[in-house]
Ligand binder design. Structure first.
Ligand SMILES: NC(=O)c1ccc[n+]([C@@H]2O[C@H](COP(=O)([O-])OP(=O)(O)OC[C@H]3O[C@@H](n4cnc5c(N)ncnc54)[C@H](O)[C@@H]3O)[C@@H](O)[C@H]2O)c1
Ligand SMILES: O=C(O)C[C@H](O)C(=O)O
Length: 310
């Protein structure tokens, strides 16, 4: 069976995901859709020509109907607005909820079996919106953020310790209250609390939380996309290849970690069915407290969006 990936929203993140998928030949077909039709045709042509240069067999096409997504295994949603300097991700809530609602209403009717990966911000509230509108099971509607935030944490640890094999993990919502886990973060197998001072660890936590805004301030016209696109690629490949890898992803909780009816970042097993299992790590008391604060802040957005998507 052919592996088909749809990308809706072909801006910086969407186009970079498609480019990576094509160059790695991760799937057979990529379908691209955006309200900017000519721009998207240009992206499809440009990536197709790059693919030819390396003999990739992946086919890339611009499409103008949501019905074209009916045979996609995975549909990635990166449509919406990105923040600019001076904005928080939460400022995107109502604009992106409206865009998300319209897209999901259509694609969920036309492809009832797809796995939907949400990238648009504010991430956790957008996953919630997509779940609510699609009425899909939670294993097939998930969001990308934890891999990105964990990669940023690894980068900031490497800044202090040099190139080492870092295993960092960030849970919770993809916002200012995200939860970098210190106790389980290791460099070459050694807990970072044994390698760094508390002051250095506090700096890493702060930099991780501000990883997105630092790039927004420097770009001036939008937000990060190389690391977000690569993080999404890992999720797509884990699902298409039934890898059963554990990645932090935004999913709906139904009692796990003591919360329900909310969406947040937790470790999950990704395979051909989407989220095959939610993995419950033992959190320290401080981590539990930070996790609860993060959920509270996501729930404020969910409450706002809930009224809006009824
Ligand atoms: N989850 C994360 O970690 C993460 C990381 C990076 C970006 N993001 C978010 O992803 C989104 C996209 O970021 P970007 O940098 O690619 O932005 P971008 O502005 O470069 O691209 C967004 C694209 O969406 C398109 N679009 C808008 N409405 C649409 C609709 N109804 N149907 C189809 N396409 C539509 C726009 O035309 C544009 O091409 C933003 O909301 C951003 O905040 C999230
Ligand atoms: O910072 C943003 O607005 C985009 C994304 O959420 C990120 O963390 O890079």
């Amino acid at each position: 069976m052919k592996k088909r990936v749809g990308v809706i929203g072909v801006g910086n993140v969407g186009a970079t995901i498609a480019y990576n998928l094509a160059l790695k030949e991760s799937c057979d077909e990529i379908l691209l859709k955006d309200i900017r039709e000519d721009y998207t045709k240009a992206v499809a042509l440009d990536i197709s020509q790059a693919s030819c240069a390396i003999n990739s067999k992946t086919k890339i096409e611009e499409v103008s109907n949501n019905a074209d997504f009916k045979e996609c295994n995975i549909i990635v949603i990166t449509a919406g607005i990105a923040r600019k300097p001076g904005m928080s991700r939460d400022d995107l809530l109502l604009t992106n909820a409206e865009i998300m609602k319209n897209i999901i209403e259509e694609i969920a009717k036309l492809n009832k079996d797809a796995i939907i990966i949400i990238v648009s911000n504010p991430l956790d509230a957008m996953v919630y919106t997509a779940l609510k509108i699609s009425k899909f099971p939670r294993k097939r509607v998930l969001g990308m953020a934890g891999i990105l935030d964990s990669a940023r944490m690894s980068y900031f640890i490497q800044e202090k310790l040099g190139k080492k094999d870092i295993q960092a993990l960030v849970l919770g919502g993809h916002g200012d209250e995200m939860v970098p886990l210190i106790d389980s973060t290791k460099a070459d197998g050694i807990s970072i609390s044994k390698l760094l001072s508390q002051k250095q660890i506090d700096e890493i936590i702060e930099k991780t939380k501000n990883g997105g805004v630092e790039i927004v301030k420097l770009f001036k016209t939008g937000s990060a996309y190389y690391a977000p696109a690569h993080s999404t690629l890992l999720m797509i490949e884990a699902i298409l290849n039934d890898e059963k890898k554990i990645y932090p992803c935004a999913v709906k909780l139904e009692g796990e970690y003591g919360f329900k009816d909310t969406v947040t970042g937790v470790p999950v097993v990704l395979g051909k069915n989407g989220v095959e299992k939610i993995v419950e790590y033992k959190l320290s008391l401080a981590e539990q407290k930070a996790f609860a604060t993060s959920i509270k802040s996501v729930n404020t957005l969910i409450n706002k969006v809930e009224k809006y998507i009824k």
